[in-house]
Design a protein. Sequence first.
Length: 304
Amino acid sequence: MRVGVDIGGTKTDAVVLDRDGAVAHSLRMPTGWGDAEVVATAKSAVASLADQAGLAASAFESIGIGIPGSVDAENGVVSHALNLGVASLGLGALLTDHFGSPVRVENDVNAAALGAFHQLGLGAHSSMAYLNLGTGLAAGLVLGGELWRGSRGSAGEIGHILIDPNGPIDVDGQRGGLEAMASGSGIARQWPAAGASPVVEVLAAAASGDPLAIEVRDGLYRGVAAAVRILVLTVDVETVVIGGGISGLGAELIDAVRAVTAGWERQSPFIGSLELGARMRLLPTDAWTAATGAAWLGATEWQK
């Protein structure tokens, strides 16, 4: 049995996978703030799952952790996880010492990419990009069944790619980046909402004819389409799986994004040959996806 823990800014999801990769046990709990509380959250999640499974934590075949921030996956060190209050934390070593068995640590989007890959049952030789449209925007790459992190771990950080010199300014100081246009935080900065979901509110206002809302909505669709195009043109993945909170818009989102790519295809036979629309898939459900991916981290040696 393998354990996966997805530590988020406000909540932590954790699962136990059986030998067939199915979720045998699961839990959700609040995430603590700061180094000590993040470590305590991970320990508590694994211990609770061990109780559910009727095992000692050391009996699990592997333990994997997905967490926001910059992650040195080889050494299990987490840096710049600002929404957790973590500047630099050797999480892997601390948990390995505690549980007496190796603990793998990975960036949460990469973990979710691995979870989506297994959830969709893609073949070992296939290639997939997981495009996460959440508070931020980033991608995880699974090539030939293995995570691809790049030479310095920044593969998939496409949210910082600029696509509109006249677009909104992001928190990184750049104007017109993908994350500024097509993430939850980017939409919220452009359209301060009264409720909990700026994206839903901006789409409703756009449907009512509000000019600013229409501009923000169309920027969202163009941004997602541009992200898909970038992933296909740079890595030529067979499939781009769209997940994260914004993907909950479902057909409304995917149909609008495909309409954007269809316009490009009419203008350019080359872009048409890429079949961008056909390569896009919505993640059927994000239930336990990142936690499941974290559990799969321990199934192989450290990956690129």
